[in-house]
Design a protein around this ligand. Structure first.
Ligand code: GLA
Length: 397
């Protein structure tokens, strides 16, 4: 079990502060307390692969975080220490480091377009599993962004910070992702999901209308969006829009402009793959609307049905699931007290999320844990979590 622990030594905040002191204290005496920022990972209840299609999604932040402790420097260099793997990267504003440091450098570069940032020493610690589809990269970006603003004594509107981190991911790391992850990690509130319109970028906090819990089944199959079929799906959707626009002689700019009626009328303009990609996105937007209303009203069976339908659509039409994710959803569906489950994140591995009756959460976690290795795989893990708040500065003591 790698769930949140009550041991303060294993808390990312404590580890980030200890890591900052261990890595940088000796050569830089600091009178002041470090700035400390945290940003959560996320799951998405419904709305898979809709964000880069200007669509709708319904994520929530989990109580797993990336923490960044930081001190300002008196030059413009950033030294970043990753406490979890004991690596330190040092870079100037125009450098482009590789690996995890690319995210840090990209966030700093984008923020510097609007804010005067001093250099900084940073230490990073996380309990968001990476490659698990829980958006550890967005959590890293948001926590780094908050900490850099903190050392600069600057503030930024949370939506602008989320957008800056989204640009950092696209420009710095080369994934054509949508805004889902950065908005979820930046803007979620405790005990709520975030209804997000990725076209208008308007959002609404949807408080759960009753006692529900969240269970994550991490398949242990790691995914890397940059290397997976993710960018292929982005391209296929773009191609589907172009074909539908030509066939319908209309000004469609994204699949958000397409409804089931238009899709069916012009289905002949698409080959089978493009038709199924479009059908997933169009139907998924409808499921988000349904789930949003049902969640607020406490109709959790309806939310759960939307989650199962979403998973089937992602598996069969969008083809971004894998055997382990399908097994995790099947296992959850057989467990009493589970309203619904689906893969979350980009897919091709990563995690499934289940919506669970809050009063049954402990039992459901135990039951799923008991058979997760035989049903899903030896590397699989299960943990319960609570919907948490978005990126923020916290007191460092
Ligand atoms: C990844 C991307 C997001 C989103 C999801 C799928 O997490 O980073 O932008 O597209 O996949 O919903």
């Amino acid at each position: 079990m790698t769930g949140p622990s009550s041991d303060p030594e294993s808390d990312p905040k404590s580890r980030a502060i200890a890591g900052l002191r261990a890595a940088f204290d000796s050569d830089r005496p600091h009178a002041s307390d470090p700035v400390l920022a945290v940003a959560p990972g996320r799951v998405n209840l419904v709305g898979g692969h809709t964000d880069y299609n200007d669509g709708l999604c319904l994520p929530l932040a989990v109580d797993r975080h990336v923490a960044v402790a930081a001190w300002p420097r008196d030059d413009d260099v950033i030294r970043a220490h990753a406490t979890d793997f004991g690596e330190t990267a040092t870079f100037a504003p125009d450098d482009s480091p590789d690996g995890w440091a690319a995210y840090v450098a990209a966030v700093a570069r984008v923020l510097r377009e609007d804010v005067t940032l001093p250099g900084a020493d940073l230490a990073i610690a996380s309990d968001v599993p990476s490659g698990a589809g829980l958006s550890s990269s967005a959590a890293l970006e948001l926590a780094v962004g908050q900490s850099l603003l903190g050392v600069a004594d600057a503030t930024m509107d949370p939506t602008d910070l989320a957008l800056a981190c989204w640009r950092a991911e696209r420009e710095g790391v080369g994934v054509e992702c949508g805004i889902l992850d950065q908005f979820a990690s930046g803007l979620c509130e405790p005990d709520s999901a975030l209804f997000l319109d990725c076209r208008s970028r308007e959002f609404e906090h949807v408080a759960f209308g009753g006692d529900v819990g969240i269970l994550v089944v991490d398949t242990g199959v790691s995914h890397e969006l940059a290397d997976s079929g993710y960018n292929d799906r982005v391209r296929e959707c773009r191609e589907a829009v172009a074909a539908l626009a030509a066939a319908s002689d209309s000004n469609l700019t994204s699949l958000r402009d397409v409804d089931t009626d238009l899709l069916e009328r012009h289905a002949d303009a698409l080959d089978d793959v493009h038709y199924r990609r479009a059908r997933h996105v169009v139907s998924e937007n409808e499921r988000v609307e349904t789930a949003r209303k049902a969640l607020a009203a406490g109709n959790f069976d309806t939310v759960g049905d939307a989650m199962y339908e979403s998973h089937e659509s992602l598996r069969d039409d969008y083809e971004v699931s894998c055997a382990e994710l399908d097994a995790a959803v099947e296992l959850a569906s057989e467990t009493a007290g589970v309203y619904g489950a689906r893969m979350t994140g980009g897919g091709f591995g990563g995690s499934a999320v289940a919506l669970v009756d809050g009063s049954a959460l402990d039992r459901v976690e135990r039951e799923i844990r008991a058979s997760v290795s035989s049903r899903v795989g030896d590397a699989a893990d299960v943990f319960a979590c609570r919907p948490s708040g978005g990126a923020r500065l916290v007191m460092s003591d």
